[in-house]
Design a protein around this ligand. Structure first.
Ligand SMILES: [Mg+2]
Length: 427
Protein backbone atom coordinates (compact mmCIF):
# COMPACT_ATOMS: atom_id res chain seq x y z
CA UNK A 1 0.00 0.00 0.00
CA UNK A 2 1.96 3.12 1.07
CA UNK A 3 5.01 3.61 -1.15
CA UNK A 4 8.32 4.85 0.24
CA UNK A 5 7.95 8.27 -1.45
CA UNK A 6 4.77 9.06 0.38
CA UNK A 7 4.77 10.93 3.60
CA UNK A 8 1.96 9.79 5.82
CA UNK A 9 -0.63 12.53 5.74
CA UNK A 10 -1.82 14.01 8.97
CA UNK A 11 -5.49 13.67 9.69
CA UNK A 12 -6.09 17.39 9.28
CA UNK A 13 -4.98 17.54 5.66
CA UNK A 14 -7.69 15.25 4.50
CA UNK A 15 -10.44 16.05 6.87
CA UNK A 16 -13.14 18.34 5.52
CA UNK A 17 -14.44 20.14 8.53
CA UNK A 18 -18.05 21.18 8.51
CA UNK A 19 -19.32 24.13 10.43
CA UNK A 20 -22.23 23.69 12.75
CA UNK A 21 -24.49 25.26 10.12
CA UNK A 22 -23.67 22.58 7.63
CA UNK A 23 -24.25 19.76 10.10
CA UNK A 24 -27.79 19.04 9.13
CA UNK A 25 -28.60 15.77 10.71
CA UNK A 26 -30.82 16.25 13.75
CA UNK A 27 -30.73 14.06 16.77
CA UNK A 28 -33.12 11.26 16.20
CA UNK A 29 -35.48 9.88 18.76
CA UNK A 30 -34.11 8.14 21.78
CA UNK A 31 -33.99 4.41 21.33
CA UNK A 32 -33.00 1.61 23.61
CA UNK A 33 -31.58 2.92 26.81
CA UNK A 34 -28.11 1.83 27.67
CA UNK A 35 -27.58 0.28 31.03
CA UNK A 36 -26.37 2.59 33.75
CA UNK A 37 -23.87 1.04 36.13
CA UNK A 38 -23.55 2.15 39.74
CA UNK A 39 -22.41 5.76 40.14
CA UNK A 40 -19.03 4.91 41.60
CA UNK A 41 -18.14 2.99 38.47
CA UNK A 42 -19.10 5.77 36.11
CA UNK A 43 -16.31 8.21 36.94
CA UNK A 44 -13.82 7.78 34.10
CA UNK A 45 -10.96 9.05 36.26
CA UNK A 46 -8.08 7.75 34.19
CA UNK A 47 -10.04 6.53 31.22
CA UNK A 48 -8.53 6.89 27.80
CA UNK A 49 -9.64 9.84 25.70
CA UNK A 50 -12.14 7.80 23.71
CA UNK A 51 -13.51 5.95 26.71
CA UNK A 52 -14.13 9.18 28.58
CA UNK A 53 -15.69 10.97 25.60
CA UNK A 54 -17.91 8.01 24.77
CA UNK A 55 -19.09 7.94 28.36
CA UNK A 56 -20.08 11.60 28.14
CA UNK A 57 -21.87 11.01 24.82
CA UNK A 58 -23.79 8.08 26.23
CA UNK A 59 -25.07 10.10 29.18
CA UNK A 60 -26.12 12.95 26.93
CA UNK A 61 -28.06 10.51 24.78
CA UNK A 62 -29.67 8.94 27.78
CA UNK A 63 -30.64 12.22 29.38
CA UNK A 64 -31.81 13.64 26.07
CA UNK A 65 -29.96 16.78 27.11
CA UNK A 66 -27.85 17.23 24.05
CA UNK A 67 -27.38 20.78 22.80
CA UNK A 68 -29.17 21.58 19.51
CA UNK A 69 -26.03 22.78 17.78
CA UNK A 70 -22.48 21.77 18.44
CA UNK A 71 -20.44 24.13 20.52
CA UNK A 72 -16.73 24.56 19.91
CA UNK A 73 -15.33 21.11 20.47
CA UNK A 74 -12.11 20.44 22.32
CA UNK A 75 -9.07 19.59 20.24
CA UNK A 76 -8.86 15.88 19.64
CA UNK A 77 -6.21 13.62 18.18
CA UNK A 78 -8.81 10.97 17.48
CA UNK A 79 -10.14 10.60 13.94
CA UNK A 80 -13.86 11.21 13.54
CA UNK A 81 -14.07 9.82 10.01
CA UNK A 82 -14.48 6.22 11.03
CA UNK A 83 -14.94 3.99 14.05
CA UNK A 84 -14.82 0.36 15.04
CA UNK A 85 -17.53 -1.68 16.72
CA UNK A 86 -16.55 -5.04 18.19
CA UNK A 87 -18.43 -8.12 19.12
CA UNK A 88 -16.72 -9.58 22.20
CA UNK A 89 -17.05 -13.39 22.40
CA UNK A 90 -15.06 -15.09 19.65
CA UNK A 91 -13.50 -11.77 18.57
CA UNK A 92 -11.71 -10.34 21.61
CA UNK A 93 -12.34 -13.01 24.24
CA UNK A 94 -12.66 -16.73 24.00
CA UNK A 95 -13.39 -19.04 26.93
CA UNK A 96 -12.77 -16.23 29.40
CA UNK A 97 -9.33 -15.40 28.03
CA UNK A 98 -8.32 -12.66 25.59
CA UNK A 99 -7.60 -13.75 22.05
CA UNK A 100 -3.82 -13.08 21.72
CA UNK A 101 -4.12 -10.49 18.93
CA UNK A 102 -6.84 -8.54 20.76
CA UNK A 103 -4.49 -6.65 23.05
CA UNK A 104 -2.33 -5.51 20.13
CA UNK A 105 -5.46 -4.56 18.17
CA UNK A 106 -6.55 -2.28 20.99
CA UNK A 107 -3.09 -0.69 21.14
CA UNK A 108 -3.25 -0.09 17.41
CA UNK A 109 -6.58 1.71 17.76
CA UNK A 110 -5.12 3.82 20.52
CA UNK A 111 -2.48 5.27 18.20
CA UNK A 112 0.18 2.58 18.02
CA UNK A 113 0.09 2.31 14.22
CA UNK A 114 2.18 3.56 11.31
CA UNK A 115 -0.12 6.53 10.69
CA UNK A 116 -0.23 7.65 14.32
CA UNK A 117 -4.01 7.83 14.09
CA UNK A 118 -6.30 7.11 17.04
CA UNK A 119 -9.59 5.47 16.19
CA UNK A 120 -12.75 5.44 18.36
CA UNK A 121 -14.34 2.11 19.22
CA UNK A 122 -17.32 0.60 20.97
CA UNK A 123 -18.37 -2.89 22.02
CA UNK A 124 -21.66 -4.44 20.97
CA UNK A 125 -22.31 -7.78 22.65
CA UNK A 126 -25.15 -10.25 22.93
CA UNK A 127 -23.56 -11.73 26.06
CA UNK A 128 -25.27 -11.36 29.39
CA UNK A 129 -25.72 -12.82 32.83
CA UNK A 130 -23.59 -10.22 34.55
CA UNK A 131 -24.14 -6.58 35.31
CA UNK A 132 -22.73 -4.34 32.62
CA UNK A 133 -20.36 -2.67 35.05
CA UNK A 134 -18.91 -6.07 35.97
CA UNK A 135 -18.41 -6.86 32.30
CA UNK A 136 -16.63 -3.52 31.76
CA UNK A 137 -14.23 -4.06 34.64
CA UNK A 138 -13.50 -7.55 33.36
CA UNK A 139 -12.95 -6.42 29.77
CA UNK A 140 -10.66 -3.58 30.87
CA UNK A 141 -8.43 -6.08 32.67
CA UNK A 142 -8.47 -8.63 29.87
CA UNK A 143 -7.64 -6.15 27.12
CA UNK A 144 -5.29 -4.01 29.22
CA UNK A 145 -7.19 -0.86 28.34
CA UNK A 146 -9.72 1.29 30.09
CA UNK A 147 -13.22 0.48 28.86
CA UNK A 148 -15.98 2.78 30.00
CA UNK A 149 -19.58 1.59 30.38
CA UNK A 150 -20.40 4.23 27.77
CA UNK A 151 -18.63 2.14 25.13
CA UNK A 152 -20.65 -0.91 25.97
CA UNK A 153 -23.94 -1.88 24.31
CA UNK A 154 -25.64 -5.09 25.43
CA UNK A 155 -28.23 -7.30 23.79
CA UNK A 156 -30.56 -7.16 26.73
CA UNK A 157 -30.41 -3.39 26.99
CA UNK A 158 -33.94 -2.92 25.53
CA UNK A 159 -35.37 -5.07 28.32
CA UNK A 160 -34.78 -2.16 30.63
CA UNK A 161 -37.48 -0.24 28.82
CA UNK A 162 -40.01 -2.95 29.65
CA UNK A 163 -39.64 -2.64 33.41
CA UNK A 164 -42.52 -0.18 33.54
CA UNK A 165 -44.82 -2.29 31.43
CA UNK A 166 -44.94 -5.46 33.50
CA UNK A 167 -45.40 -5.97 37.20
CA UNK A 168 -44.43 -9.55 38.09
CA UNK A 169 -41.95 -11.18 35.71
CA UNK A 170 -40.06 -14.47 35.52
CA UNK A 171 -36.34 -14.07 34.87
CA UNK A 172 -34.50 -17.09 33.49
CA UNK A 173 -30.81 -17.89 33.04
CA UNK A 174 -27.43 -16.96 34.46
CA UNK A 175 -25.59 -17.97 37.59
CA UNK A 176 -27.39 -18.07 40.93
CA UNK A 177 -29.27 -14.87 41.71
CA UNK A 178 -27.29 -12.71 39.23
CA UNK A 179 -30.04 -12.15 36.70
CA UNK A 180 -32.62 -11.34 39.36
CA UNK A 181 -30.27 -8.59 40.55
CA UNK A 182 -29.69 -7.34 37.00
CA UNK A 183 -33.46 -7.23 36.38
CA UNK A 184 -34.07 -5.41 39.65
CA UNK A 185 -31.32 -3.01 38.68
CA UNK A 186 -33.23 -2.37 35.44
CA UNK A 187 -36.22 -1.31 37.53
CA UNK A 188 -38.39 -4.43 37.38
CA UNK A 189 -40.66 -4.30 40.40
CA UNK A 190 -41.33 -7.96 41.17
CA UNK A 191 -38.83 -10.49 39.85
CA UNK A 192 -39.47 -14.22 40.18
CA UNK A 193 -36.89 -16.92 39.38
CA UNK A 194 -37.39 -20.64 38.57
CA UNK A 195 -35.88 -21.31 42.04
CA UNK A 196 -38.76 -19.45 43.73
CA UNK A 197 -41.25 -21.61 41.85
CA UNK A 198 -39.49 -24.88 42.73
CA UNK A 199 -39.21 -23.77 46.37
CA UNK A 200 -42.98 -23.23 46.45
CA UNK A 201 -43.74 -26.59 44.82
CA UNK A 202 -40.88 -29.06 44.51
CA UNK A 203 -43.01 -31.31 42.29
CA UNK A 204 -42.71 -28.70 39.53
CA UNK A 205 -39.42 -30.22 38.33
CA UNK A 206 -39.30 -33.98 39.04
CA UNK A 207 -35.59 -34.26 38.22
CA UNK A 208 -34.26 -31.15 39.84
CA UNK A 209 -33.87 -30.46 43.53
CA UNK A 210 -32.63 -27.09 44.74
CA UNK A 211 -29.20 -27.09 46.37
CA UNK A 212 -29.16 -25.80 49.97
CA UNK A 213 -27.79 -22.48 48.68
CA UNK A 214 -30.42 -22.18 45.95
CA UNK A 215 -33.12 -23.01 48.50
CA UNK A 216 -31.83 -20.31 50.83
CA UNK A 217 -31.65 -17.66 48.06
CA UNK A 218 -35.01 -18.50 46.52
CA UNK A 219 -37.90 -16.47 47.84
CA UNK A 220 -40.95 -18.00 49.47
CA UNK A 221 -44.14 -17.18 47.54
CA UNK A 222 -47.56 -18.64 47.10
CA UNK A 223 -47.74 -18.91 43.33
CA UNK A 224 -51.42 -19.83 43.42
CA UNK A 225 -51.93 -16.11 44.02
CA UNK A 226 -49.35 -14.69 41.61
CA UNK A 227 -49.89 -13.73 37.97
CA UNK A 228 -46.63 -13.71 36.03
CA UNK A 229 -47.01 -11.13 33.27
CA UNK A 230 -43.90 -11.75 31.18
CA UNK A 231 -40.92 -14.09 30.86
CA UNK A 232 -37.42 -12.73 30.21
CA UNK A 233 -34.53 -15.00 29.30
CA UNK A 234 -31.66 -12.75 30.36
CA UNK A 235 -28.78 -15.19 30.00
CA UNK A 236 -28.10 -18.80 29.08
CA UNK A 237 -30.13 -21.33 31.03
CA UNK A 238 -28.09 -23.46 33.43
CA UNK A 239 -30.76 -26.16 33.50
CA UNK A 240 -32.71 -26.43 30.28
CA UNK A 241 -35.06 -29.18 31.43
CA UNK A 242 -36.42 -27.45 34.50
CA UNK A 243 -36.36 -23.94 33.02
CA UNK A 244 -38.26 -25.12 29.95
CA UNK A 245 -40.77 -27.01 32.09
CA UNK A 246 -41.52 -23.85 34.05
CA UNK A 247 -41.69 -21.63 30.96
CA UNK A 248 -43.99 -24.13 29.26
CA UNK A 249 -46.25 -24.30 32.35
CA UNK A 250 -46.62 -20.53 32.20
CA UNK A 251 -47.19 -20.40 28.44
CA UNK A 252 -50.01 -22.94 28.78
CA UNK A 253 -51.53 -21.26 31.85
CA UNK A 254 -54.41 -18.88 32.23
CA UNK A 255 -52.85 -15.42 32.50
CA UNK A 256 -49.54 -16.60 33.90
CA UNK A 257 -50.99 -18.27 36.98
CA UNK A 258 -49.11 -21.48 37.75
CA UNK A 259 -51.22 -24.58 38.26
CA UNK A 260 -53.86 -23.48 35.73
CA UNK A 261 -54.29 -24.62 32.12
CA UNK A 262 -55.71 -22.47 29.38
CA UNK A 263 -58.18 -24.10 27.03
CA UNK A 264 -56.92 -22.12 24.06
CA UNK A 265 -53.20 -21.92 24.99
CA UNK A 266 -53.34 -18.28 24.03
CA UNK A 267 -53.50 -16.73 27.48
CA UNK A 268 -49.91 -17.19 28.61
CA UNK A 269 -47.38 -14.37 29.12
CA UNK A 270 -45.06 -13.19 26.32
CA UNK A 271 -41.47 -14.50 26.21
CA UNK A 272 -38.46 -12.28 25.47
CA UNK A 273 -34.91 -13.42 24.79
CA UNK A 274 -31.94 -11.10 25.16
CA UNK A 275 -30.52 -12.43 21.89
CA UNK A 276 -30.97 -15.16 19.32
CA UNK A 277 -27.49 -16.65 18.81
CA UNK A 278 -27.99 -20.39 18.30
CA UNK A 279 -24.32 -21.17 18.89
CA UNK A 280 -21.44 -19.28 20.45
CA UNK A 281 -17.72 -19.65 20.77
CA UNK A 282 -16.55 -20.82 24.21
CA UNK A 283 -13.29 -22.52 25.27
CA UNK A 284 -14.21 -25.81 23.58
CA UNK A 285 -12.79 -26.26 20.08
CA UNK A 286 -16.29 -26.57 18.64
CA UNK A 287 -19.14 -24.09 19.09
CA UNK A 288 -21.55 -24.53 22.00
CA UNK A 289 -25.33 -24.15 21.86
CA UNK A 290 -26.70 -20.90 23.23
CA UNK A 291 -29.86 -18.98 23.91
CA UNK A 292 -31.13 -19.07 20.33
CA UNK A 293 -31.14 -22.86 20.57
CA UNK A 294 -33.26 -22.67 23.72
CA UNK A 295 -35.67 -20.47 21.82
CA UNK A 296 -35.94 -22.94 18.93
CA UNK A 297 -36.40 -25.78 21.39
CA UNK A 298 -39.12 -23.97 23.31
CA UNK A 299 -41.06 -23.08 20.18
CA UNK A 300 -40.86 -26.67 18.93
CA UNK A 301 -41.93 -28.03 22.29
CA UNK A 302 -44.89 -25.69 22.54
CA UNK A 303 -46.00 -26.79 19.08
CA UNK A 304 -45.61 -30.48 19.99
CA UNK A 305 -47.60 -30.14 23.19
CA UNK A 306 -50.33 -27.68 22.15
CA UNK A 307 -50.36 -27.91 18.35
CA UNK A 308 -50.07 -24.11 18.22
CA UNK A 309 -47.35 -21.74 17.07
CA UNK A 310 -45.48 -19.87 19.77
CA UNK A 311 -44.36 -16.34 18.99
CA UNK A 312 -41.37 -15.13 20.93
CA UNK A 313 -39.29 -11.95 20.74
CA UNK A 314 -35.50 -11.67 20.68
CA UNK A 315 -33.36 -8.56 21.19
CA UNK A 316 -29.64 -8.03 20.51
CA UNK A 317 -27.83 -8.41 17.22
CA UNK A 318 -28.97 -8.71 14.44
CA UNK A 319 -31.96 -6.62 15.58
CA UNK A 320 -31.85 -3.17 14.07
CA UNK A 321 -32.39 -1.32 17.37
CA UNK A 322 -28.95 -2.35 18.57
CA UNK A 323 -27.29 -0.82 15.50
CA UNK A 324 -29.45 2.30 15.68
CA UNK A 325 -28.35 2.86 19.22
CA UNK A 326 -24.69 2.37 18.27
CA UNK A 327 -25.13 4.98 15.53
CA UNK A 328 -26.68 7.51 17.88
CA UNK A 329 -23.91 6.95 20.39
CA UNK A 330 -21.19 7.51 17.77
CA UNK A 331 -23.02 10.56 16.40
CA UNK A 332 -23.21 12.13 19.84
CA UNK A 333 -19.55 11.34 20.40
CA UNK A 334 -18.56 12.96 17.10
CA UNK A 335 -20.59 16.03 17.88
CA UNK A 336 -19.00 16.41 21.30
CA UNK A 337 -15.44 15.84 20.17
CA UNK A 338 -15.33 17.16 16.60
CA UNK A 339 -18.37 19.44 16.35
CA UNK A 340 -19.98 17.47 13.54
CA UNK A 341 -23.53 16.32 14.06
CA UNK A 342 -23.34 13.10 12.02
CA UNK A 343 -22.10 9.65 12.86
CA UNK A 344 -18.63 8.75 11.53
CA UNK A 345 -18.75 8.10 7.75
CA UNK A 346 -17.81 4.44 8.16
CA UNK A 347 -18.24 2.01 11.03
CA UNK A 348 -16.23 -1.22 10.82
CA UNK A 349 -18.14 -3.93 12.61
CA UNK A 350 -15.96 -6.89 13.59
CA UNK A 351 -17.74 -10.12 14.50
CA UNK A 352 -17.45 -13.90 14.44
CA UNK A 353 -21.09 -14.92 13.94
CA UNK A 354 -22.45 -14.50 10.40
CA UNK A 355 -26.09 -14.83 11.53
CA UNK A 356 -25.96 -12.01 14.07
CA UNK A 357 -22.88 -9.82 13.53
CA UNK A 358 -22.60 -9.90 9.74
CA UNK A 359 -26.30 -10.15 8.98
CA UNK A 360 -27.14 -7.28 11.33
CA UNK A 361 -24.37 -5.06 9.98
CA UNK A 362 -25.27 -5.73 6.33
CA UNK A 363 -29.00 -5.23 6.91
CA UNK A 364 -28.46 -2.03 8.81
CA UNK A 365 -26.06 -0.76 6.15
CA UNK A 366 -28.84 -0.92 3.54
CA UNK A 367 -30.76 1.87 5.28
CA UNK A 368 -28.13 3.71 7.32
CA UNK A 369 -26.96 7.13 6.16
CA UNK A 370 -23.38 6.21 6.92
CA UNK A 371 -21.50 3.06 5.89
CA UNK A 372 -21.48 -0.06 8.02
CA UNK A 373 -18.70 -2.36 6.87
CA UNK A 374 -18.83 -5.98 8.09
CA UNK A 375 -15.62 -7.88 8.88
CA UNK A 376 -15.75 -11.57 9.79
CA UNK A 377 -12.95 -13.09 11.90
CA UNK A 378 -11.92 -16.73 12.00
CA UNK A 379 -11.31 -16.93 15.76
CA UNK A 380 -14.87 -17.76 16.79
CA UNK A 381 -18.08 -19.30 15.52
CA UNK A 382 -17.16 -18.99 11.86
CA UNK A 383 -14.65 -21.62 10.77
CA UNK A 384 -12.68 -21.69 7.56
CA UNK A 385 -13.98 -24.12 4.96
CA UNK A 386 -17.62 -23.25 5.41
CA UNK A 387 -19.49 -20.64 3.41
CA UNK A 388 -21.24 -18.16 5.67
CA UNK A 389 -24.90 -17.60 4.88
CA UNK A 390 -24.41 -13.89 5.27
CA UNK A 391 -21.41 -12.61 3.38
CA UNK A 392 -19.09 -10.07 5.04
CA UNK A 393 -17.30 -7.29 3.18
CA UNK A 394 -14.04 -8.83 4.36
CA UNK A 395 -12.93 -12.01 6.10
CA UNK A 396 -9.69 -11.97 8.10
CA UNK A 397 -7.84 -14.26 10.49
CA UNK A 398 -8.29 -12.28 13.68
CA UNK A 399 -9.21 -8.95 15.23
CA UNK A 400 -5.76 -7.44 14.67
CA UNK A 401 -6.05 -8.12 10.94
CA UNK A 402 -9.53 -6.59 11.03
CA UNK A 403 -8.21 -3.39 12.60
CA UNK A 404 -5.34 -3.21 10.09
CA UNK A 405 -7.78 -3.78 7.24
CA UNK A 406 -9.98 -0.87 8.31
CA UNK A 407 -7.15 1.54 9.04
CA UNK A 408 -5.40 0.80 5.73
CA UNK A 409 -8.65 1.08 3.80
CA UNK A 410 -9.25 4.49 5.33
CA UNK A 411 -5.72 5.55 4.51
CA UNK A 412 -6.19 4.58 0.87
CA UNK A 413 -9.54 6.42 0.76
CA UNK A 414 -7.99 9.57 2.18
CA UNK A 415 -5.06 9.33 -0.20
CA UNK A 416 -7.37 8.92 -3.19
CA UNK A 417 -9.49 11.87 -2.11
CA UNK A 418 -6.37 13.99 -1.74
CA UNK A 419 -5.06 13.08 -5.19
CA UNK A 420 -8.45 13.79 -6.75
CA UNK A 421 -8.82 17.16 -5.10
CA UNK A 422 -5.25 18.42 -5.65
CA UNK A 423 -4.12 16.40 -8.65
CA UNK A 424 -0.80 15.83 -6.96
CA UNK A 425 0.59 13.26 -4.66
CA UNK A 426 1.35 14.75 -1.30
CA UNK A 427 4.88 14.71 -0.04
MG1 LIG B 1 -19.35 -13.52 19.01
Amino acid sequence: MSGPSLVIPSEGRFMRRLSSNEATRENIKLGPTVVVPPKHLMAPSDASEVAAAMETARHELQDGASPATPTSPPESSVTDKYAFAFDIDGVLIRGGRPIPEAIEAMKMLNGDNEYGVKVPYIFVTNGGGKTESERCVQLSKQLEIEVSPGQFICGHTPMREMAEKFNTVLVVGGEGEKCRLVAEGYGFKDVVTPGDIIKDNEDTTPFRTLTPEEYKNSRARNFAEVEIEAIFVFADSRDWASDQQIILDLLMSKNGRLGTRSETFEEGPPVFFSHNDVVWSASHDLTRIGMGALRVSLEAMFKAVTGKELKTTAFGKPQIGTFEFATRLLQQWRKDTHGINCPPDTVYFVGDTPESDIRGTNEYNKHAENNWYSILVRTGVFQEGTKPRFQPKATVDNVLEAVKHGIEREYRKALKASIESTGVILE
